[in-house]
Design a protein around this ligand. Structure first.
Ligand code: MG
Length: 254
């Protein structure tokens, strides 16, 4: 199943994508829904962030090659930080370059989308609590990150968590290619089989720390090849079986 959230005219709905058609849902994939008879061609609708997370729970340094490029040891337990809900934007919405920062970077990441309230879930049970997977960009003000933080600032600016275009349960989260392209040039290319901590482990581990709510996302980390973006650039995150998440960089006035 491939879910989207979209706008058509003044109506915002969830939809189910089949080929190039969006079927309008009554209700939500995070609760209960019915497929209605109303449908649109995919290019007719404006795609929004496919979910509205209360938080993005993010994992740092979860690909061996990225830990090496950052010059830090491979972690023995997950490095966890949180992006506030105001970071969330959808496909084609602008990432706003904050005047406080002199360097903002892209980080292509596989995002797990939580489907059901999750508290102390076992690794074996984890798949039942996952609605699916989407593409994410863990946009980072690198000059605010430093070696030891505060990551909440570096990662927490408004618009710093693009998500989309769809949520799908049709991929193997442990074996899909992940790519980023800046202005059409490949900058990151890896496979989620290189993740240190797997998706199912992360849902279990995090749900023993904090309640995960329907629509929350877990950003599973980025592979090597991170780099800066500038105003006017176009950044794409592509994950095999999910699609392409495209955003432009625009200036933020304040
Ligand atoms: Mg990251």
């Amino acid at each position: 199943m491939k879910f989207v959230r979209f706008e058509y005219g003044s109506i915002t709905s969830y939809g189910l994508v089949q080929e190039e058609t969006v079927w309008v849902l009554a209700g939500s994939p995070f609760d209960s829904y019915q497929i209605t008879d109303t449908h649109y061609a995919l290019p007719e609708v404006t795609l929004l962030s496919p979910c509205l997370p209360t938080k993005g729970v993010c994992i740092g340094l979860n690909y061996r090659d990225h830990a090496q490029e950052m010059g830090v040891p491979i972690p023995s337990s997950p490095i966890v930080f949180i992006k506030p809900s105001g970071c969330t934007i959808g496909p084609l919405s602008p990432i706003l370059y904050p005047p406080l920062s002199k360097r903002i970077d892209y980080e292509a990441e596989l995002a797990i989308v939580i489907g059901k309230k999750s508290v102390a879930v076992s690794e074996k049970e984890a798949p039942q609590f996952i609605l699916g997977y989407t593409c994410a960009n863990d946009v980072t003000a690198r000059d605010f990150q430093g070696k030891s933080g505060p990551w909440a600032v570096a990662k927490g600016f408004d618009t710093f968590m693009p998500l989309g275009p769809v949520i799908t349960d049709e991929i193997d989260p442990a074996n899909v290619h992940i790519t980023s392209r800046l202005n059409g040039e490949v900058r990151q290319f890896s496979n989620t089989k290189n993740l240190i901590f797997t998706s199912h482990f992360l849902v279990s581990y995090l749900s023993h720390i904090m309640t995960l709510y329907p629509g929350d996302v877990i950003l599973t980390g980025t592979p090597a090849g991170i780099g800066p973006m500038h105003i006017g650039d176009t950044i794409e995150v592509e994950i095999e079986g999910i699609g392409i998440l495209t955003n432009k960089i625009a200036s933020r006035l304040q």
